[in-house]
Design a protein around this ligand. Structure first.
Ligand code: SF4
Length: 356
């Protein structure tokens, strides 16, 4: 099956049948091979430098009830919080001093965070830190809200589509949510001009290989600038609390597939991966990822943002643990890039030709 991996590296796509073979027949040796191919591509495009993003979890209140999520509105067992704008700006100030040049404002779909408030906060960050990128990850909104936030100074938006298949989407979400709306939001973001990120949970309940192939095709057509791929991890106070976690190997395989498909895409090694395995973050990087997102949220709120159980939030996952992160990266031959780390349109094929 190595030939499919070589073909994917050269042509950046495969037939449906070839993808299926890769997703179903990848043993340890093949996984090591595709991880190596993806790592080489990432090194050629980005060097050994890993972009860092300062993650600020602005609110754990959400109007939705996604079956997999620990902060779903139906979970009455968590303490809710919402950061005040001054607190968000304080996180940015601390992050800037630590060397972060991208701030990611992430939160549930919190009706109390109105467009007006968010626009004010984004504009204040833009004014204070003109050289920094602002990424939002605040769920589904009307196109007009996305446009206004973009005009206020946001540059990037992360919205995982979770699964392309409408039936599978219905297994993961209550009936008032729809995959059509989610996909439309992702397309809106891209057409407005955001550097757009989408992605999936690997091993979510009910996920099949056919679903994964549909997800790959959707992402291939969308051509996003960022792809978020992390394992499904259960949270005990959700309907999926007793389901098994997604597999580390399948997550690493998909990271490598996406790196080979999109040599220049921004591909995080996620906190979920670092939670699943002690060396998950490093293995993600060695499978082709090139971004990590340490947590800049106020210490006292971090434990309340529990999308899944046992979330890694200390040490190298914390913004103040950058030295630890630096050491971990050095051990595998990488270092932190203290830059904005925007998506670059460099023509990868030209890059390859120049270096041959
Ligand atoms: S996944 Fe997002 S939209 Fe769904 S309940 Fe959790 S925070 Fe809300």
């Amino acid at each position: 099956m190595k030939q499919w991996i070589d073909k994917l590296r050269q042509e950046h796509t495969l037939s449906t049948d070839e993808f299926r073979q890769l997703l179903t027949g990848c043993d340890a040796e093949l996984l090591a091979y595709i991880n190596k191919q993806a790592r080489e591509v990432s090194l050629r495009h980005f060097g050994n430098r890993i972009f860092i993003r300062g993650l600020i979890e602005v609110s754990n209140c959400c109007r939705n009830d996604c079956y997999y999520c620990g902060i779903r509105k139906g979970n009455t067992r968590i303490e809710r919080y919402r950061l005040r704008p001054e607190s968000i700006l304080d996180c940015c100030r601390q992050g800037f001093e630590l060397g972060f040049r991208t701030f990611v404002l992430q939160g549930g779909e919190d009706p109390a965070l109105t467009d007006e408030q968010l626009i004010k906060t984004v504009a204040a960050i833009r004014k204070d830190y003109p050289e920094c990128a602002i990424t939002l990850s605040l769920g589904e909104k009307p196109r007009e809200s996305y446009e206004r936030l973009f005009q206020a100074g946001a540059n990037r938006y992360l919205l995982r589509h979770e699964t392309y298949d409408a039936t599978h989407y219905g297994q993961l979400h209550p009936t008032e949510m729809s995959s059509a709306k989610r996909l439309q939001c992702v397309k809106d973001l891209k057409s407005i001009g955001y550097q757009t990120g989408t992605g999936i949970m690997v091993g979510s309940p009910g996920q099949t290989v056919d679903h994964l192939i549909q997800d790959i095709r959707f992402i291939e057509n969308l051509q996003p600038q960022m792809i978020g791929i992390g394992p499904f991890l259960p949270h005990c106070d959700t309907p999926f609390g007793k389901y098994p976690s997604g597999s580390l190997e399948q997550t690493l395989l998909l990271l490598s597939i996406f790196r080979l498909m999109f040599p220049s895409v921004l591909l995080p090694s996620t906190t979920a991966l670092a939670t699943l395995a002690a060396d998950g973050r490093e293995r993600g990087i060695l499978a082709g990822a090139n971004v990590v997102m340490p947590n800049l949220s106020p210490q006292e709120e971090r434990k309340k943002y529990t999308l899944y159980n046992n979330k890694a939030s200390l040490g190298a996952e914390a913004a103040e643990g950058l030295i630890l992160l630096q050491n971990q990266l050095q051990r595998i031959g990488y270092e932190i890039a203290f830059t904005r780390g925007d998506f670059s349109e460099t023509d990868y094929k030209e890059l390859e030709k120049r270096e041959l």
